[in-house]
Design a protein around this ligand. Sequence first.
Ligand SMILES: C[S@@+](CC[C@H](N)C(=O)[O-])C[C@H]1O[C@@H](n2cnc3c(N)ncnc32)[C@H](O)[C@@H]1O
Length: 381
Amino acid sequence: MIPESYEGREQAYIKHTLLEKYLERLFMILGKNEDTICYVDCFAGPWQEDGDDLQDTSIAISLNTMKKCRDGLLKTYNKNVHFRALFIEKNKNAYEKLHAFLDTEAASGIETTAMNGVFSDLRGDILKWCGKTDFTFFFIDPTGWKNVVEIPTLKPLLQRPRSEFLINFMFDFILRTHTQIEFSKHMQEIFGEVPDTAGMSSKERETHLIDLYRTHLKNAQPNTGLKARSAYVKVLDTLKDRTKYDLVYLTRHPKGIQVFMDASEKLDFIQKRVRAHAKEAHHVSKTKQPKLLSTEMINEPSDEDLNEVKKYWLNKLSDQPKRFGIEELADMLEETAWFESDFQAALKELVAENKVINIDMKRKRPKNIVNFDNIERLVRV
Ligand SMILES: C[S@@+](CC[C@H](N)C(=O)[O-])C[C@H]1O[C@@H](n2cnc3c(N)ncnc32)[C@H](O)[C@@H]1O
């Protein structure tokens, strides 16, 4: 189910799967129009790798994805896209491994550069390497958070146009420290305020903290007329039912939110299976007794009750036709953190119950009750 090299590192597997799935979709979409695409891994490693081939690291995963997309773009669209990749690493030993690995990749046709140093010291060099015009994806996956995820540290990068970000937000650490006086300056820099979560349930607290961070990130983006947008995926502790970290995504493209959430939904299923298997292995090692994986363990019920989603739709709609395109979908995904399939499933029931009509739907559809790519109009009956 999970490659052997990831055993005991299930969270890394989840993170790498998301990175791979999202980058693949992104590069294939962007590559149709871009001549050059840049990728920057600001905390590259290698870190906790299983072997010298580095195949279980974000370095190899990103490079393999770039090669695959470069070949795919050439074959499908006859488009020759130049991929450039920059890897930053502070630790000398890790940097040497990184450098040696990139040497073995020299013939791949991907332009690679490695820099040895501290991310915050190298921000100017990173921006110089990116140049001003090419689209750049920044992966920010540190081991700690000081001088990393705070907005003043990230701001020079956040201010760059034509950029997207995937940031590892160490939620479990933030949860423990956000109320401690000695961290209040850092909290101010991360959230724009010292979060007051007194009296909140653990679910409310989590949503509040992550939303505060996303809002602060968005507000740090330059005003270019394109709305800053953000979504996130929870990476859960393997054995305990709580968030380990969040992968926070930042873009200016509504389509990006749709594609990212689609990749997250696929990840959701993988994450459930991986955790169910890890729990099973843990159980066996403790009790020496196998316990068959129940479907219930794998298909944990969706957090979101369909009725909630139906209520949300009905509140949004009226007897006047309302247009739903990618912008509206991105707003809804950002606001609720539900998946597009949740919205489609709820709408399907509402249409069947004659409570909502899609006036642009000419023929009955089994799914995609609203086609957001086409912009369609919905009316509440
Ligand atoms: C979590 S690991 C990266 C894992 C990698 N992204 C992956 O998924 O395979 C973080 C890496 O950042 C390096 N690092 C830590 N602090 C750094 C800093 N301030 N600047 C640059 N690199 C740093 C660490 O040595 C470590 O290799």
